[in-house]
Write a protein that binds this ligand. Structure first.
Ligand code: NAP
Length: 283
């Protein structure tokens, strides 16, 4: 890639940010389409000044990661209704000097699952009720028609609070549950999405779901992408369930960002290969 006088800059901001996979994914996409864009990572602690810098330097787009996803909303000119509902922004697009905040995390999860099967008319369960779960749950409840959406938290009150946040915005039936109820929940679920960090590197021997709860009719989606096959996904395979890891979600949330910044159809396969290569999953 040649940086020129008119190269458009995009970046990820976070604290920490040095291990982000976004630079390799987005630069691979820019190169594949021969676009005059470059993507870098900024370690940001002073968010207010960073956003002023975005305006001053006319930076085209930002990916936003921990811990800035909530605070950033107050510094933007517009925030999409979905990102407002979620209460977090992971994408900023500079539209002729006006900064638009959006949230593509839930969309990434939705697209990833729907490479396998539609969520409409399915009973969908989300394990964990943190930031990722919030984005995914709001997006599913806004965009799809599952028969039921169950939110499972180790803190039942927190799970209930999330259901109460979502309920006014949707007709989908939403229930809160605790991990003690997992056996029954698996019995009535079709699609299960793990958003807890259980099983993530380096604690790869951990899994919150007993293998015997999983059956052939389940689609088990673990949002973790390191390792590529968590113990949960290994157990799901043992039970002949269909499985999905966190890479497609990451790629599709990035692909949506790419589209917003460039207006071009994202080269999803190139993006995925770049991420898998960076994770050491292919030569
Ligand atoms: P978060 O806000 O910290 O939420 C984590 C959730 O997991 C919380 O609800 C937490 O419970 C729960 N949890 C943690 N340890 C637990 C345990 N031992 N037992 C039961 N529940 C437990 O984090 P996040 O931002 O949502 O991210 C969570 C995961 O999502 C990460 O592991 C990451 O790999 C994945 N993720 C993937 C993508 C992707 O693109 N593939 C994007 C974002 C996130 P409390 O609510 O009680 O604290």
């Amino acid at each position: 890639m040649k940086i020129k006088g008119d190269t458009k800059i995009c970046a990820v901001i976070g604290d920490p940010v040095q291990h982000s996979l976004s630079p390799c994914m987005h630069n691979a996409a820019f190169e594949a389409l021969n676009l005059n864009y470059a993507y870098v990572a900024f370690h940001v602690q002073d968010l207010k000044n960073a956003i002023a810098g975005m305006r001053g330097f006319n930076i085209k787009g930002l990916s936003v990661t921990i811990p800035h996803k909530v605070e950033i909303m107050q510094y933007l000119d517009f925030v999409t209704p979905l990102a407002k509902k979620i209460g977090a922004v992971n994408t900023v697009t500079n539209e002729n000097g006006k900064l638009l905040g959006s949230n593509t995390d839930g969309y990434g999860a939705l697209k990833a699952v729907e490479t396998e099967e539609s969520m409409d008319d399915k009973s969908v369960t989300i394990l964990g009720v943190g930031g990722a779960a919030r984005g995914i749950a709001f997006t599913i409840a806004s965009e799809r028609k599952p028969t039921r959406l169950t939110l499972v938290g180790r803190d039942l009150q927190k799970a209930k609070r999330l259901t109460l946040d979502i309920a006014p915005h949707t007709n989908v039936m939403i229930a809160a549950a605790s991990f003690e109820e997992l056996k029954d929940i698996f019995a009535h679920s079709d699609i299960i999405i793990n958003t807890t960090p259980i099983g993530m590197h380096p604690k790869i021997d951990e899994c919150i779901v007993p293998e015997e709860y999983i059956s052939q009719h389940h689609l088990i989606f673990d949002t973790i992408y390191n390792p590529a096959k968590t113990l949960l996904l290994q157990r799901a395979e043992n039970r002949f369930a269909r499985t999905l890891n966190g890479i497609p979600m990451f790629v599709y949330q990035g692909a949506e960002q790419f589209h917003m910044w460039t207006g071009k159809i994202p080269p999803v396969n190139v993006m995925r290969e770049a991420v898998e290569k960076a994770l050491g999953y292919q030569s």
